[in-house]
Write a protein that binds this ligand. Structure first.
Ligand SMILES: *[C@@H]1O[C@H](CO)[C@@H](O)[C@H](O)[C@H]1NC(C)=O
Ligand SMILES: *[C@@H]1O[C@H](CO)[C@@H](O)[C@H](O)[C@H]1NC(C)=O
Ligand SMILES: [Zn+2]
Length: 444
């Protein structure tokens, strides 16, 4: 019987040799068996045995790239690193889910609804609980004046979680890599939560701990603004650095994210921040939605010299770069197409290896889309294009979701180890805060 779930974890070799790998293989082997069983039960009950369980046996002669993509995505669906549905619901419906015209089962404005997610073979995505950077003039140069970003972020968590519950026929909240695999095996769309910038934690590592408790499994270190922890790349070239990468509090934030098992996301950060994180983080990291600067010059894209730090060899960090579809990031005005996005995927893979690339479309967060990648129903066309370009089925299964799952498992392992070793939470406070007793207090 073909091992269906193997494609969710395509590359067990990537972490090298030794006892760790063997132990991991045993654990994965057990897990794979359980999941394969679950998957088969699911398929049987859905009466789709002939087309789903034995896809290669049924159609080993089929070379139509779209047919190959669709079959592969049946068991290796897309897990997208960045979808902005919650901010769309906030801006268009003021988070009122009983608004008459609001129905995720019907055609929605922009790029995401349930019929199109199903057509696009989506098995999971990170729901971005984004809120914008504060007005710098109001927040002040030291980020000290009160803003509503924490309130608004909590409202974004609320609406994401309400939606996942309201449409529980489709979505299932996922807090771990195992949850993701279970949701997919159950025919659900695994729903992970990501926070898009440390401006959303109000300079407080304690707030990050509470977001983790609400389900956050990545946080982007910055959005387009600098914050107390790290420098952003901004949106236009030439943004003045503030810390030249991570601040000292930023290093403690990374420590805490490693301890909690919240993936450190370095999309939107400056190259110096990304470099600091790649050298310092104990856990694998992600770019939840970024493309290649060598293919198209844009500060939001990742340059090759930073990509050189990605890998599993000594001195490198395991990571996945999840390609952003935003037309402004992938090509000159009017030139963004599926083909160009495939060029970004290919280039990132050339520099880092195919096991380090994923998909982070930014759907619902971008105001236009590349030709051929109009919405979440179109992912199979991209997978078909890459198959045409010579990607194997196994490599494509990594790109659609397996690579992200490997990185998430890696972060979970580091968190378990740190917690087992009794690592204390980071109690560090932003040194410029005037409201809490400072270290002076301890000296009294
Ligand atoms: C939400 O939308 C429904 C339908 O349009 C409306 O009847 C209801 O008053 C709205 N709720 C709030 C609190 O605005
Ligand atoms: C920030 O708050 C301080 C203290 O309330 C106030 O004096 C200052 O004007 C504020 N700065 C800005 C930029 O609003
Ligand atoms: Zn973004």
């Amino acid at each position: 019987m073909p091992d269906e779930t193997a494609y969710l974890i395509p590359d067990k070799r990537v972490r090298g040799n030794g006892a760790y790998t063997r132990k991991r293989a045993t654990v994965l082997g057990g897990l794979t068996t359980v999941l394969a069983f679950a998957f088969v039960v699911f398929v049987f009950t859905r009466d789709r045995l002939s087309t789903t369980v034995l896809p290669w046996a049924a159609s080993s002669t089929s070379e139509d790239p779209m047919a190959v993509a669709l079959q592969l995505m049946e068991h290796s669906p897309i897990i997208d690193g960045h979808i902005d549905l919650p901010i769309l619901v906030r801006s268009l419906y003021a988070n009122n889910l009983s608004t008459d015209s609001f129905d995720l089962h019907a055609p929605m404005p922009a790029h995401v609804d349930i019929p199109r997610l199903r057509k696009g073979k989506v098995g999971g995505f990170f729901w971005s609980v984004y809120v914008s950077c504060p007005d710098p003039a109001l927040e002040g140069p030291d980020f000290l004046n009160a803003t509503w970003r924490v309130r608004d972020t909590l409202e974004q968590f609320d609406v994401a979680r309400l939606l996942i519950n309201k449409y529980s026929d489709t979505f299932e909240l996922a807090l771990t890599s195992t949850d993701v695999k279970k949701a997919i095996a159950n025919g659900k769309i695994a729903s992970l939560i990501g926070v898009e910038g440390a401006h959303q934690i109000g300079n407080s590592i304690a707030v990050l701990r509470q977001y983790h408790a609400l389900g956050a499994r990545y946080m982007t270190l910055t959005h387009t603004c600098h914050n107390a922890f790290a420098d952003s790349c901004g949106y236009y070239p030439g943004k003045e650095p503030l810390h030249n990468g991570l601040s000292s509090l930023g290093y403690r934030l990374v420590d805490e994210m490693n301890r909690l098992g919240v993936l450190v996301d370095i999309s939107h950060t400056s190259d110096a921040t990304a470099t600091d994180v790649l050298k310092y983080s104990k856990a694998p990291v992600i770019w939840s939605h970024s493309s290649s600067r060598a293919v198209h010059e844009h500060v939001r894209n990742v340059p090759d010299n930073v990509l050189e730090l990605v890998g599993t060899e000594d001195g490198k960090k395991d990571a996945v770069i999840m390609v952003n579809f935003a037309p402004a990031f992938v090509a000159d005005p009017g030139q963004a197409t599926l083909d160009v996005v495939a060029d970004h995927v290919d280039h990132l893979a050339e520099v880092t290896g195919k096991q380090h690339v994923g998909i982070g479309s930014d759907y619902d967060g971008i105001d236009s889309t590349p030709v051929g990648l109009e919405d979440v129903s179109t992912y199979p066309a991209l997978i078909a294009e890459l198959y045409k370009r010579g990607w194997s089925k196994d490599e494509l299964a990594g790109l659609t979701g397996g690579n992200l799952l490997r990185v998430l498992e890696g972060a979970e392992k580091v968190a378990n180890e740190l917690q087992a070793a009794g690592t204390e939470p980071a109690y560090d406070l932003y040194e410029k805060r005037p409201d809490l007793p400072s270290r002076r207090h301890q000296e009294l």
